[in-house]
Design a protein around this ligand. Structure first.
Ligand SMILES: CC/C=C\C/C=C\C/C=C\C/C=C/C(=O)SCCNC(=O)CCNC(=O)[C@H](O)C(C)(C)COP(=O)(O)OP(=O)(O)OC[C@H]1O[C@@H](n2cnc3c(N)ncnc32)[C@H](O)[C@@H]1OP(=O)(O)O
Ligand SMILES: Cc1cc2nc3c(=O)[nH]c(=O)nc-3n(C[C@H](O)[C@H](O)[C@H](O)COP(=O)(O)OP(=O)(O)OC[C@H]3O[C@@H](n4cnc5c(N)ncnc54)[C@H](O)[C@@H]3O)c2cc1C
Length: 631
């Protein structure tokens, strides 16, 4: 059968709610989501086996987009699809993959790493996997409360299998963290297996359909062949065969950090679509006293809040794809045994994941605020998009922790520069900064990119100098590092910003040669707006570290305001171009037809509090008090 994915899925009635999700209990929400998840999974399996074929072009982003509409929250199988299978595909041996990656597999899995006591510092994970050579098994064990696994999506009620990160012990020697496949529930009855304590962790700010769970093992045995053995092996006699790089086990986090950038671009495009369309419908006060009330989109301060969101969505889409391609290249190299590019990829993924999630959540919240009171309604969908987006600042590597990873990389290159040792081309600007080879400031995108590089160099130098000073004062390296950590994270943030500006500008210029002249103009305006916005946001840093002057900053401000005016006529067209269907956007404020007030009233009528003209609580609680008072 040939289908168009969107139309096919959107026409499945059971996927759409009569009662908005917010009116369901915690339990009902999960049950509703799981019903839908398995309808979607069935379609995905049919696609995989070729029983149905699609006529439309599918990208990871638009598969997501359909899911966003169906769940309005999170697919409880998100981790099963996004992390469980991909980790097996990346880290299991060929034989293991042949056995486990079956399209009709009974396994519903999740990725189980974080514990009650340890999330960021994963070397501190306490769950153990001890090899028993007499039975050829690993014994998974949770030694204490803090070692309970806590957070994994889908673990609470859905998963019957999981990939567990645990400390590997062989003959009393700890070999560090490794990944093991463990069945946790019976495939038929779904009851927890003996030695497994599993459950759900309770309501959260968002992700409430994801049944995040806890898990403890009481000496639970699994076959030796259940350790993921592509990069590292434990042989039958207990011999440990080391991996080529000791962080290959962290590969799933690296991949997810990379893919998240594109997902965040998509969340931004949803928020921008809602807020821009609403701002074109909403009228509030005239600008000149003799005029009718104006669309709020005509207020320049509103444009300042919203156009950066449109531009940022494009930035993260472009940079997400750029990172995806780098990841593909580096993975192919690793496959050939060459690990040389892994540190750079890790450093880029860490700071870009950190900044993209932080920017995206701040901008989604800005869009919500830009919709005034109506943005506070769940029916606007902005609160849900915010709750989803802000979680990404924490999961898959907490913001500060990831920035500090990138800082290690920057400090290494600064040390080379300070010791006048050869630097790779992409860090040649460190040497220029040391030699005070400062470029004359140019008020252009290229000039801003150079300016941002000067900020990276200046901030890395400041952090490095503080680190050295702490060391000279007799501090241990780790303590000296901690004392410099505010400056180190600042340097990392600057590095991410310089990458975002440079990659986005270069890719846009290239793309502009391939599209119509009129489209090229709009794309370049957006890219220029993005660079100007951040130059103005960071003008203090530019004044500190580049050759920019006060006059230059004033000129940048004027050009920025000019760009807002140039983009204004295309603003609605730009968000329409994100091409997000109403069913997926799920917003009274952002629908294509602009019937904002009608839709708000329709949604309000679904409130159970409107079912009875007089709610029974009146008779139970209100009347006895108010009538008594009257007597
Ligand atoms: C769209 C995507 C599809 C689906 C998913 C979407 C949404 C899902 C929603 C939720 C899912 C959430 C899942 C999770 O959250 S899973 C749990 C994630 N947890 C973390 O990310 C923990 C963060 N902590 C760490 O990664 C590590 O602890 C940390 C890197 C901070 C430190 O590790 P460690 O202590 O082992 O390192 P050190 O010994 O200090 O060595 C540092 C050294 O190692 C290099 N390194 C570190 N990580 C990597 C890596 N991944 N790859 C390559 N190299 C790595 C690092 O560069 C240092 O090198 P050097 O400076 O040379 O010493
Ligand atoms: C919605 C959601 C879904 C999740 N899904 C999963 C999942 O599927 N599987 C899974 O295994 N896990 C999952 N997690 C867990 C997630 O990966 C962790 O919460 C995350 O890695 C952060 O760890 P933590 O909670 O221990 O924070 P902590 O590390 O305790 O951080 C708390 C604070 O301490 C600071 N801090 C910590 N270490 C340092 C340091 N070295 N230097 C400076 N500051 C530091 C942080 O910056 C932060 O401000 C999920 C989490 C959420 C919120």
């Amino acid at each position: 059968m040939m289908i168009h994915t969107n139309n096919y899925i959107l026409n499945i009635k059971e996927l759409w709610d009569d009662v908005p999700e917010e009116y369901l209990s915690h339990k009902e929400r999960y049950e509703n989501a799981i019903k839908k998840a398995f309808i979607v999974l069935k379609v995905l399996r049919q696609l995989h086996t070729g029983n149905i074929q699609i006529t439309d072009h599918r990208t990871p982003t638009n598969v997501y987009s359909i899911q966003d509409g169906i769940f309005r929250n999170v697919n409880p199988l998100l981790i099963h699809i996004g992390l469980f299978w991909s980790t097996i595909a990346a880290q299991a041996s060929t034989e293991q993959q042949a056995e486990w990656l079956q399209p009709d597999s009974s396994m519903i899995g999740t990725y189980v790493q974080t514990e009650l006591g340890h999330g960021s510092f994963i070397r501190g994970i306490e769950t153990t996997a001890t090899y028993d050579s007499t039975t050829d098994e690993f014994i998974l064990h949770t030694p204490r409360l803090s070692a309970y696994k806590w957070w994994p999506g889908g673990l609470g009620n859905t998963a019957n299998a999981c990939l567990v990160m645990a400390q590997l012990y062989i003959n009393g020697t700890c070999h560090g963290l490794h990944i093991f496949l463990a069945q946790i529930r019976d495939f038929d009855t779904h009851k927890p297996l003996p030695g497994i304590k599993v459950g759900e962790i309770g309501p959260k700010m968002g992700f409430n359909t994801a049944d995040n769970g806890f898990l403890g093992f009481d000496n639970h045995r699994i076959p030796r062949t259940n350790m993921l053995m592509k990069n590292v092996q434990v042989l039958r006699d207990g011999t440990y065969v080391k991996p080529k790089h000791d962080k290959l086990t962290y590969g799933s986090m690296l991949l997810t950090r990379v893919t998240l950038i594109s997902d965040l671009a998509y969340q931004l495009s949803k928020a921008a679509t809602i807020a821009v369309r609403y701002s074109a419908v909403r009228r509030q006060s005239p600008i000149k006293s003799n005029e009718p009330e104006r669309q709020i989109l005509d207020f320049v301060s509103q444009q300042h809040k919203l156009f950066i969101t449109i531009a940022s969505s494009h930035v993260y889409r472009v940079v997400g794809l750029w990172m995806w391609n780098s990841h593909k290249r580096v993975t192919a190299d690793i496959h050939e045994g060459n690990m040389g590019q892994l540190p750079e990829l890790h450093a880029l993924a860490c700071c870009l994941k950190a900044i993209s999630s932080r920017d995206a959540s701040a901008l989604v919240e800005q869009c919500r605020l830009a919709c005034g009171g109506h943005g506070y309604m769940m029916a606007s969908n902005l609160p849900q998009i915010y709750a989803y987006t802000t979680a990404a600042v924490t999961y898959e590597g907490e913001y500060t922790v990831l920035l500090l990873q990138t800082a290690r990389y920057l400090v290494k290159f600064w040390r080379l520069a300070a010791e006048h040792k050869p630097l790779p081309q992409n860090f040649a600007y460190f040497e220029d900064y040391i030699k005070k080879n400062f470029e004359q400031w140019r008020n252009s995108p290229e000039g801003i990119i150079e300016g941002f590089k000067a900020i990276v160099a200046g901030k890395t130098k400041a952090a490095y100098d503080t680190l050295q000073c702490n060391l000279r004062n007799g501090r241990e390296f780790e303590e000296a590092w901690n004392m410099a950590s505010v400056q180190l994270t600042n340097a990392s943030e600057a590095y991410a910003r310089s990458l975002l500006c440079e990659v986005f500008w270069k890719e846009t210029v290239q793309l502009s040669t391939k599209v119509s002249k009129s489209l090229a103009i709009v794309l370049e305006q957006l890219a220029e707006l993005y660079l100007m916005y951040w130059a103005l946001e960071k003008h203090g840093d530019l004044l500190l570290y580049s050759t920019i002057s006060r006059n230059d900053i004033e000129a940048l401000q004027s050009r920025y305001e000019e760009l807002l005016a140039l983009i204004r006529p295309n603003a609605v067209g730009l968000v329409d171009a994100f091409d997000i269907r109403d069913e997926v956007l799920c917003s009274t404020l952002g629908a294509y037809d602009g019937r904002v007030y009608e839709r708000m009233m329709e949604e309000a009528s679904k409130s159970p509090l409107n079912e009875d003209v007089v709610n029974e609580s009146f008779h139970k609680y209100i009347r006895p008090v108010t009538m008594k008072n009257k007597l």
